[in-house]
Design a protein around this ligand. Structure first.
Ligand code: GAP
Length: 508
């Protein structure tokens, strides 16, 4: 764990040093849980968006996009349930004056018990060596069995209390578990209260009778309210989907873990409208499609796992998360939800407009059911970045930090480097750069020794380096260096673009 924490700290400072992510408003000491993306961060982010958009919209004839406004009619958030139920249970410590999410305090307590189990397993694995049977150990070792029992008992109290909005029960649990404030170390807690996560502002001047409006907490509602517009204007036939990428805002109280939980973030969401009764089949279909998308990036499969929800939101009849193993453990990266007809029916009720589809094959109208896929762009960015961060000791004993970002997502696809800054090499290199930049995001660099330039490109994850040397002037051949293996090939100038395109497609 300590190693992963170290790694995470290194990753955060690397992201800052190399222009991926900066704390927002840094010269004013930052703004909590808000971040800016720098010159390489924005490229990586745009590449992730494109990769998602191509897979969802371009590769599916029956999925189209939308770009809805962030400001929406306030009644939308009443209809969606966000005004009444988009809450976190909060608790304050009276001594430190720090505010916490009550459920997270309890979950952190459970994580500590889980860590104890891990420790016992590690110890036993060392003791028994090759003969160690983990499954047998965790089901029979009395201490471990007791830890599991404790966790189960906590779950049995926490989740029903949250579901029934039994805030006194949640507070009682915190007291019974003797949870202390990490800052003050005291157990001097306030009562638990519900706190709405939506940011609000007002539209129009107060004199005109300003309207309270909300910054959208999810992009999905912009899709639902445009369902009819798009279905009719695009002559869409069910099943069909609408995809959107955009900003969402949540006044997160437990805002930590870098860009994992932010107050302003981006979502990539798709709502897939289906016939009632067919939603379970489509739910399974989208679960598979989405995990395939993640795996297509070449990130190891063991970094991902599904977490099927046992307790479902009132509007869902199935839900699962795709979790990713971040440096701080497995956490939600994407949600796939079978949302029934809840949202469209609710908008129908609140707006008084029919949100129905006439199905020519069935010769009847109905409110479609919806399967939603919802992935955080910033969390995907963090997943890619944390998987990419690699420290290597090379055969000559030197060290390099290399960002092994999947080439298709790399901020810079190719760096063009004249071996030295004279003898006509820069001119030739510029010529190549000027052609190549029409196809890819490229960088020209002639400063410092070639080895240092390679290191700089490795640190930002540039997929290929193209080196121009004296021989190039004679035979029009360059050296192409691959980032991860550092292998080098001699190729013709006219072949560079084609070779890079091919290798990126093959994801290597
Ligand atoms: N429309 C469904 C919806 O919004 P969600 O599980 O609340 O579902 C979907 O959010 C995804 O958005 C999450 O899986 C996560 O990747 C991302 N996300 C949610 N809150 C976030 C936050 N505060 N910061 C960064 N990403 C967040």
């Amino acid at each position: 764990m300590a190693n992963n924490e170290d790694l995470f700290k290194k990753l955060i400072s690397h992201a800052r040093e190399y222009g991926f992510v900066f704390p927002s408003s840094e010269i004013y000491d930052g703004l909590s849980a808000v971040y800016d993306y720098g010159q390489y961060g924005v490229e990586l982010k745009n590449n992730i968006k494109n990769y998602w958009w191509r897979a969802m919209v371009q590769h599916h004839e029956n999925i189209v996009g939308v770009d809805s406004a962030i400001f929406m009619h306030p009644t939308i958030w009443k209809a969606s349930g966000h005004v009444d139920a988009f809450n976190d249970p909060l608790i304050d410590n009276k001594d430190s004056k720090k505010r916490y999410r009550a459920d997270v305090l309890v979950e952190d307590h459970m994580a500590k018990i889980e860590a104890k189990i891990e420790k016992e397993v590690e110890k036993a694995a060392k003791r028994f060596g090759d003969t160690f049977d983990k499954q047998q150990f965790i089901t029979t070792n009395p201490r471990v069995v007791e830890y599991f029992k404790q966790i189960e008992e906590i779950k049995q109290r926490l989740y029903p209390a949250l579901e029934q909005n039994d805030l006194t029960g949640v507070k009682q649990l915190i007291e019974d578990l003797e949870i202390v404030c990490p800052i003050s170390g005291s157990r001097n807690w306030t009562d638990v209260r519900q706190f709405n996560l939506m940011f609000s502002t007002s539209m129009g001047s107060t004199a005109d009778g300003a309207n309270i409006i909300y910054l959208r907490p999810e992009t999905a509602q912009g899709i639902f309210v445009n369902f009819l517009n798009i279905q009719k204007s695009g002559r869409m036939k069910i099943p069909f989907g609408i995809a959107q990428i955009g900003k969402a805002f949540r006044n997160e109280i437990v805002a930590r873990q870098f860009i994992f939980r932010m107050r302003e973030f981006e979502q990539m969401e798709m709502q897939f409208f289906v016939r009632p009764g067919e939603e379970k089949t489509w739910y399974e279909y989208w679960k598979q499609q989405r995990i395939n998308w993640h795996l297509s990036l070449g990130i190891p499969a063991e970094k991902y796992r599904f977490h099927d929800h046992e307790k479902l939101a009132h509007y869902a009849n199935a839900a699962a998360d795709i979790e990713f193993e971040f440096p701080f453990g497995f956490k939600e990266l994407e949600g796939i939800h079978s949302r029934t007809d809840f949202d469209l029916s609710s908008h129908q009720k609140f707006s008084g407009k029919k949100m129905q589809y006439f199905d020519p094959e069935l010769n009847e109208s109905y409110v479609p059911f919806v399967i939603e896929t919802s992935i955080g762009l910033d969390r995907t960015f963090l997943a890619v970045l944390s998987n990419a961060f690699t420290e290597e000791i090379l055969t000559d004993g030197s060290e390099r930090v290399v960002m092994k970002i999947p080439p298709v997502l790399a901020p810079i696809k190719a760096a063009v480097l004249p071996l030295i800054k004279k003898d006509g090499l820069p001119e030739k290199a510029r010529e190549i750069f000027d052609t190549l930049k029409l196809d890819f995001m490229c960088q020209y660099d002639e400063k410092d020794a070639i080895g240092r330039r390679y290191r700089r490109q490795d640190a930002i994850g540039t997929a290929y380096c193209i080196t121009i040397d004296h021989q190039t002037l004679e035979d029009n051949m360059v050296t192409i260096r691959e980032r991860d293996t550092m292998s080098q090939d001699r190729i013709g100038i006219e072949a560079i673009s084609g070779i890079i395109t091919k290798r990126i497609k093959e994801n290597r």
